[in-house]
Design a binder for this molecule. Structure first.
Ligand SMILES: Nc1ncnc2c1ncn2[C@@H]1O[C@H](COP(=O)(O)OP(=O)(O)OP(=O)(O)O)[C@@H](O)[C@H]1O
Length: 592
């Protein structure tokens, strides 16, 4: 809770204080009305003159004006507070998310679930918790004020009012607990419902959903979740109704008995008419105030349950240990070495790399080849320190990657991932994201596109490089977006990597898998020239494209089974020679 309040405070102390002030003012309104009414009635009953009554009447009118203004003022300040805390919460949340060095968190379903809830609650809860806190202050002022006033007038009346409120209070507390429990239970069902709904409206899923006829199946699943949610909510509503039907009349009976007593007491002269009016107002004020307070506590409890997820994301430990004083990373001069590297994604997963020894010499190209699932892409992810080896070590000119600042290491890499991103941004931005400093350098962006063979395509788009590569609805002045083909997207992603072509290590994972044969040949000839004298790692299933690499490494089931130049491997007549011959003779590598 302290984090929620801190966030609200940090988002603007003045705003929070004004809200507190406005809340106190609005809490004072019913009390003032009741007291002024009591005093007025007593004076009227005592036959006071109009001149003496006038100040009370003016006072009542003034309180009336304030009371009519308060809801609007409160609403305005509350919205401002919620917006400001929401903004700050999002900033903190995504600051924390961007701070995770590795990928493990993003592959952990429990964490992703938590992140989703944190996104929902982080933006709202701090404002709501503060709001609830202030509502409680409001309630305490109203209830405390009425009780104190009554106690001064007649302690017995105060006692009756408290007793009359007990059933309502008890029922609200029970109901709020059940409500919080129910919310917790239905949360997963609501997430599934959202998931199915999003899938059915997702453009990339639309093809398969139509082709496989999955629409009704998904709709059925979505509605099944919704029905379960509805049933849980209805059960809760029934409980609420039953509780209210039983306990509310009790409150009314107690309050009614109290009223009878007050009237009788007024008849026998022990209470004044004003006392009776104050009693009636106090019974209503205390009962409603206590019920509201109980409701507020319940709501806060519910919000804090959700907010715990936000807090957990913010305080989550780093997924990879980052040195407090990292070794300064020098430009690569000699080699990157993998020494007896073992890796599995988690203790529950099988080993993916099993004792890999490998050297990437400065200024050379190393090609990784092997069947699907051999561990090639995993090895690349280790080079970028998205994971640490489970055993063994990776050295950058003799320095363990774990001793370096990961951000510094990544600044020295240019990478095209096999599962590259397609950003819903303009063509220029899609390439410029490779190096934000070059985003506005037209000639560098276009040069990268030329190297990847996509310049003519992008220049020919309706707005050239400023065309949006998206189907998302755009503002009118940005025209309509376009959709690129798979191969064109791959070239855009390659351009993004090539914009970083001057980095110490260039890694290309299947740079041409989506290209037609002619384009593939052209790209590889161009990449061959670009790689010359640079340190690079290239992965490709097309062995003819990697045959001229300085060093070829064959991975099989996580182990290096052969390595050498193309000629050496061919004359060894092993796995590589077998695969190369297969491909060269026009057969494809067997799947599996
Ligand atoms: N994030 C992950 N979590 C768990 N297992 C993974 C993850 N990524 C990959 N794997 C597993 O690791 C193994 C190696 O995958 P990897 O992507 O490194 O293979 P690859 O040699 O690049 O294959 P391909 O030629 O198909 O791209 C596979 O069995 C895969 O299922």
């Amino acid at each position: 809770m302290s984090l929620a309040v801190t966030l609200a405070w940090r988002s603007g102390p003045l705003r929070l204080l004004s809200y507190l002030l406005a809340t106190l003012c609005s809490a004072a309104v019913p009390l003032s009305v009741a007291w002024l009414t009591k005093l007025t009635l007593d004076k009227v009953a005592a036959g006071t003159t109009w001149q003496e009554l006038a100040p009370l009447a003016v006072g009542l009118a003034l309180v009336g004006v304030i009371s009519s203004l308060m809801p609007g003022v409160l609403k305005y300040v509350r919205s401002a507070l919620e917006r400001a805390t929401g903004l700050l919460a999002q900033e903190r949340l995504f600051g924390a998310v961007n701070g995770f060095t590795g990928l493990a968190r993003f592959e952990d379903p429990a964490f992703l679930d938590r992140l989703q809830l944190a996104r929902q609650s982080g933006g709202m809860t701090p404002g709501q918790v503060v709001d609830t806190g202030l509502q409680l202050v409001h309630g305490v002022v109203v209830v405390g004020g009425f009780l104190a006033g009554l106690f001064v007038m007649n302690p017995l009346m105060a006692g009756i009012v408290v007793v009359s409120a007990v059933p309502v209070l008890v029922s609200e507390i029970w109901l709020s607990r059940w409500r919080a429990e129910m919310m917790w239970q239905i949360a997963p069902m609501q997430r599934w419902e959202i998931f199915y709904g999003m899938l059915m409206s997702d453009v990339s899923a639309a093809k398969e959903i139509r082709l496989f006829g999955l629409g009704d199946w998904l709709r059925h699943r979505m509605l099944r979740e919704r029905r379960m949610v509805n049933r849980a909510q209805q059960r809760m509503d029934r409980r609420e109704l039953a509780m209210e039907a039983t306990l509310s009349p009790l409150s009314a009976v107690v309050a009614g008995a109290g009223l009878l007593w007050a009237i009788a007491a007024a008849g026998s002269g022990r209470l004044t008419i004003g006392d009776v009016s104050m009693f009636v107002a106090a019974v209503a004020g205390v009962q409603t105030g206590l019920a509201q307070m109980a409701g507020n506590v319940a709501a806060a409890h519910q919000q804090l349950l959700l907010f715990a997820h936000f807090q957990a994301v913010l305080t989550a430990e780093q997924d990879l240990p980052v040195p407090k004083r990292p070794t300064r990373l020098q430009p690569l001069r000699h080699r990157i070495e993998l020494k007896d590297v073992w890796f599995r994604y988690s203790p529950d997963h099988p080993w993916v790399l099993k004792g890999v020894d490998l050297t990437i010499r400065y200024g050379t190209t190393v090609a990784l080849v092997g069947r699907n699932g051999a561990g090639k892409s995993t090895l690349i992810k280790l080079l970028g320190r998205f994971y640490d080896p489970t055993r063994g070590v990776i050295l950058w000119d003799g320095v363990d990657l774990r001793d370096l600042d990961p951000a510094e290491l990544r600044r020295r890499l240019g990478v095209l991932f096999q599962d590259f991103m397609q950003y819903d941004l303009t063509a220029r931005e899609n390439i410029g994201l490779g190096d934000l400093e070059l985003m506005d350098d037209r000639s560098r962006v276009e040069q990268a596109a030329r190297e990847a063979g996509v310049h003519d395509t992008l220049a020919g788009l309706p707005r050239g490089y400023d065309t949006s590569l998206t189907r998302i609805l755009l503002p009118e002045d940005q025209g309509t977006g376009v959709t690129l083909s798979g191969g064109q997207w791959q070239r855009v992603a390659l351009s993004r990597a090539l914009l970083r072509g001057d980095r110490d290590l260039l890694i290309l994972d299947e740079p041409s898998s989506g290209l037609d044969a002619e384009s593939e040949h052209a790209i590889h000839s161009r990449l061959r020239t670009l790689r010359r004298g640079r340190t690079s790692v290239l992965i490709s299933h097309r062995l003819s494209a990697v045959r001229d690499a300085d060093h070829l490494v064959v991975l099989e089931a996580g182990k290096v089974v052969e390595q050498g130049t193309h000629e050496e491997l061919m004359s060894a007549g092993g796995r590589y020679a077998e695969l190369f011959t297969l491909q060269a003779s026009g057969y494809r590598e067997p799947v599996g």
